[in-house]
Design a protein around this ligand. Sequence first.
Ligand SMILES: Cc1cc2nc3c(=O)[nH]c(=O)nc-3n(C[C@H](O)[C@H](O)[C@H](O)COP(=O)(O)O)c2cc1C
Ligand code: SF4
Length: 396
Amino acid sequence: MTLRTPMTFASIEADAGLLAAVALDPPGVIATIKESGVKGRGGAGFPTGLKWELAAAAPATTGCRYVVCNADEGEPGTFKDRVILSEWPDLVFEGMTIAGYAIGAAEGVLYLRAEYAYMRPALEDCLKRRREANLLGVGIEGEEGFDFDIHIHMGSGAYVCGEETALIESLEGKRGEPRNRPPFPVVAGLNGAPTTVNNVETFAWVAAILANGAEWFAGIGTERSKGPKLLSISGDIERPGVYEFPFGITIADVLKAVGGENAQAVIVGGASGQCVPASDFTRTIGYEDLSTGGAVIVIGPDRDLLDVAENFQTFFADESCGQCTPCRIGNVKLLEGIRMLKRGECSEEYLKDLMSLCGTMQVASKCGLGQSSPNVFLSILTQQMSAIVNRAPATN
Ligand SMILES: Cc1cc2nc3c(=O)[nH]c(=O)nc-3n(C[C@H](O)[C@H](O)[C@H](O)COP(=O)(O)O)c2cc1C
Ligand code: SF4
């Protein structure tokens, strides 16, 4: 997949971040990460420094703590983690090692999407080289007591396994189903031990922050969305690929860069994101407005938005783990509703029922999959209600 803009990761000196980290004590590393303002790049945007602080403070009753890198990357339209792991695996492993030092973990796991199995030999080679260079193993960088190693665990091939508690279940050899929270993984995660689960890109930025300084990172982006963000941009555009932009960029500017100025809508955040109409292209990418784990899908002028909604809804109906009713039944009902709308067989009254069902799914589903699965349907219908209802003579 093509890299379309210069990437900061390419300019980071190898292992400068790890060296800077061991020059500090673990609380000093956590303080640096907090000062940088970096938030998790996996989509939810939880502050990374705070997550690590909680994991470091939680009692390690089983005698260990864990660092888990979420490389499940199953969100439709997201492919930036694949690029990071192919181009800069050292940076990701370095960030995980820094996390191990910061929270007092001796073991790290890379949970690698099943479809990325082809990458595993290169990643294992990278880990081997790091062990030989004493960047993993016992007494890393000559620091007595700094022992940390990483192994790779192949994902189970389900989208829900990217949800951090389902991922932990899967790592423990069980069916990948989300857990009730609390307790959160920072308190009781893998094997009941305090665990930080972070996205691939988050770990790479951690290494960059330690190398270049918290101030450098905090100087990029906006008040609540610090730093640069990698976006996987696809759809009806001239130049699909992976781009790096500072947070706060407008959709209009993104479209100019990718050759998609004639778009009718842009879906920010993948299948569980928001469908933004052309009238709102001054909106910005960042936690203040449109947050995204990295997926930006551009919808050209000739597409039927109901086809887009049907495509995503089919995905959710297939990928729901089935544990809770709002998600298991709700996604099937929404899919049926979209098909009724396409056939012109959905009354305005039934459409209102479907929209109310979306609200129920958002509040009553157990995990982020069910909670966010109605987003695209809702945003399309909110924009296009009159056009859709006009082509839908009320028959039921
Ligand atoms: C259904 C579902 C799938 C997810 N898939 C991923 C994924 O593939 N990669 C990822 O980093 N986070 C994914 N997440 C978010 C994780 O639960 C978690 O928030 C994230 O790994 C935390 O890392 P961060 O704080 O660095 O963003 C998913 C969440 C849900 C609800
Ligand atoms: S919301 Fe969906 S995916 Fe999440 S636990 Fe419930 S059924 Fe499973």
